[in-house]
Design a protein around this ligand. Structure first.
Ligand code: UGB
Length: 602
């Protein structure tokens, strides 16, 4: 059927001949039409099939399924078919937690106990195009007072959970597995970051890296695969989205291994939310006490905010599901179903649909059963940009995409799908937008920038300490990179100091106070604030076996905040994108390296 290919058949291994037949059957003859006689570019022709083999094996059902799914989705898109046809949205009900109340504290305790049966999965294959940072996002500092990067914070948080959980159960020595999904864009830098920092204290065998492959680009409505404009022996590829995590976990064999080890929960999370681990213990507590097969974490959502809305969808045939409706689809769905204002705030000042922060807790047993059926394939979508309203040609090639939060779409109605709403200040502060775009965010909506992400850490820690009884000064308002933010005292602590609210409360005793211009770094497990009055910068480091009482008045010139313009290339990119840096004028730093009781009485 394809003479140029037939003439080259002798170059191909038997499995490659099968792949070639499959491509021809699926209407992909154009991939070979330019192939010259054998003897010319033979290595490149073999390389082409290496790529086809990879694309075929990394997609559930292989390239045949990919092309057939693409044809169907492209036809639906051309016909203007609404993926939510027949569904009516309504506001779902879920668990709403109030930070610090009795219910919250007992859920945290339940969650910490359960953590020994958990595994964590970080999806970190995204390039972060909206942020425009040239490195990998997990290497960015979560905050610049300590300079610890997101990945270090995540690992230290998991290790603290592991330790605290095992302390609650006799004879527990578990090591909580940690999976990182990378892509070709992030894989090498992620491994380098881990290796050059001794895995931030985690045992290397606890960490598993799963690399997602890109998927083939589609050139037209017939799902003809696009050739790379720079190399006609290569199929052009683009990322498939975070939904790949399910098929990768399925094919890795890890799920069965975890099951045999008695593990129960798989927690998925995204690359740059520095507050996330504040929410993990209580959310896991909700999953465990409610018996949720699926639990999505959510926060109150401002209308039009670029986070999906958790929505109850009821079909005309009676089916219902509670699912994330992505931010670009919620508004048209609401308008099409009798809500002329679309995605709008209600009287609370927020959208009635809770915002999905893409932190999912899945119960392992039912998850495995579901994946046995689907092999991890997730409902996909396509988003072609057409040249005109006839929708016959694309401006540039497109591809199928999928999202990890669409996992519940294939679940039977009997599945227990719930969600847990927490305060935004406590649980959600991602770093996604570059300074210019962040400055354009409508007033009152969150910036989701490096500036707001760091300031949110200080705000959360200040509010937690306040709730624990300390007097924390009010913030001042300042503007960095065109974004107006609250600047609270720069308070940070290592996860092992304040894993849960109960931990923090036990360590804040007496009447402690911290002024607005202060910075406080608590680095150690048994450090107690007992009548501390801080006006300046204090850094306390202590080994585990040391018990340190911090008391008295600490006053020094401290660290001042300097404005930095994001265009100022004399500053490092990590600093420029947040719009400020600290000038470390004066500080008190104390290190306790010996076991026993100590007192820092300033
Ligand atoms: N990611 C991958 O690992 N692989 C990929 O191919 C793509 C991404 P974005 P997005 O919580 O704020 C999501 O780009 O997709 C990783 C939810 O869909 O930051 O626009 C990537 O590394 C949305 O409902 O976000 O929006 C990152 O860790 C809402 O919840 C993660 O996937 C929103 O996040 C997310 O990628 C949010």
């Amino acid at each position: 059927a394809c003479p140029p290919l037939r003439r080259n058949l002798q170059l191909l291994a038997p499995d490659e001949v099968e792949l070639a037949k499959m491509l021809l059957n699926e209407g992909q003859m154009h991939l070979f039409e330019h192939w010259p006689e054998p003897g010319v570019d033979d290595d490149k022709k073999r390389g082409f099939f290496d790529q086809v083999r990879r694309l075929n094996s990394s997609y559930p059902g292989g390239l045949v399924s990919y092309i057939q799914n693409a044809k169907k989705l492209l036809a639906d898109s051309k016909a203007g078919k609404n993926p939510y046809d027949g569904f009516t949205p309504s506001v779902p009900s879920g668990e709403v937690l109030n930070f610090g109340d009795d219910n919250y504290v007992s859920l945290e305790a339940a969650g910490v106990k359960e953590a020994r049966n958990a595994v964590f999965v970080l999806v970190a294959g995204g390039l972060g195009e909206r942020l425009g940072y040239k490195g990998i996002k997990v290497a960015l500092p979560r905050e610049t007072t300590t300079g610890k990067c997101f990945l270090q914070h995540y690992i230290e948080s998991i290790l603290s959970l592991q330790e605290a959980s095992c302390e609650m159960v006799d004879g527990c020595h578990t090591k909580i597995p940690f999976v990182i999904m990378t892509s070709d864009d992030t894989n090498a830098l992620t491994i380098k970051l881990l290796e050059s920092n001794s895995y931030f204290g985690m045992e290397p065998s606890q960490v598993k890296i799963l690399k997602q492959e890109k998927v083939a680009c589609l050139a037209d409505n017939d799902a003809r695969l696009a050739l790379d404009p720079n190399d006609k022996y290569k199929i052009q590829t683009k990322p498939h989205g975070h939904g790949d995590v399910h098929s990768l976990l399925y094919s890795s064999g890890l799920l069965e291994q975890w099951k045999s080890e008695g593990r129960k929960w798989v927690l998925f999370f995204q690359d740059t939310n520095g507050l996330l681990f504040n929410a993990i213990p209580s959310a896991l507590g909700v999953s465990a006490t409610k018996g949720y097969n699926v639990n999505s974490l959510a926060v109150p959502r401002k209308a039009k905010e670029a986070i999906g809305g958790i929505t109850k969808l009821t079909h005309v045939d009676g089916r219902t599901m509670v699912i994330n409706v992505e931010y670009n689809q919620l508004d048209p769905l609401l308008r099409a179903t009798g809500h002329p204002d679309g995605d709008a705030n209600c009287e609370t000042g927020y959208s009635p649909y809770p915002g999905n922060i893409n932190q999912l807790i899945l119960e392992l047993g039912p998850y495995i059963e579901e994946l046995k059926k689907t092999h991890g394939a997730i409902s996909e979508f396509v988003n072609p940009k057409y040249t005109d309203s006839t929708k016959t040609a694309f401006k540039s090639s497109t591809r199928l995409e999928c999202m990890m939060q669409d996992y519940p779409k294939t679940l039977p109605p009997s599945a227990k799908v719930g969600f847990t709403v927490m305060d935004t200040w406590l649980a959600y502060a991602p770093v996604k937008n570059n300074p210019e775009d962040a400055a354009k965010v409508p007033k009152g909506n969150p910036y989701h920038s490096a500036t707001s992400g760091e300031m949110a850490i200080y705000r959360a820690n200040s509010l937690i300490l306040r709730k624990a009884g300390a007097q924390i000064a009010d913030p001042v308002v300042d503007t960095f990179n065109g974004q107006e933010v609250e600047v609270w005292p720069r308070i940070t602590w290592s996860p092992r100091w304040g894993l849960t609210f109960k931990d923090v409360k036990e360590k804040v005793r007496g009447n402690s106070s911290i002024s607005q211009r202060s910075a406080l770094v608590i680095n150690g497990r048994n450090i107690f604030l007992e009548g501390l009055s801080l006006d300046g910068t204090l850094i306390v480091n202590a080994v585990d076996e040391a018990e340190v009482i911090v008391t008295g008045h600490v006053h020094n010139k401290g660290w001042t905040i300097q404005h930095v313009d994001y265009k100022d290339t004399s500053e490092k990119e990590e600093i420029r994108i947040r719009g400020f840096k600290f000038e470390k004028v004066e500080q008190l730093e104390v290190n306790y390296t010996e076991p026993g009781k100590h007192s820092l009485s300033a």
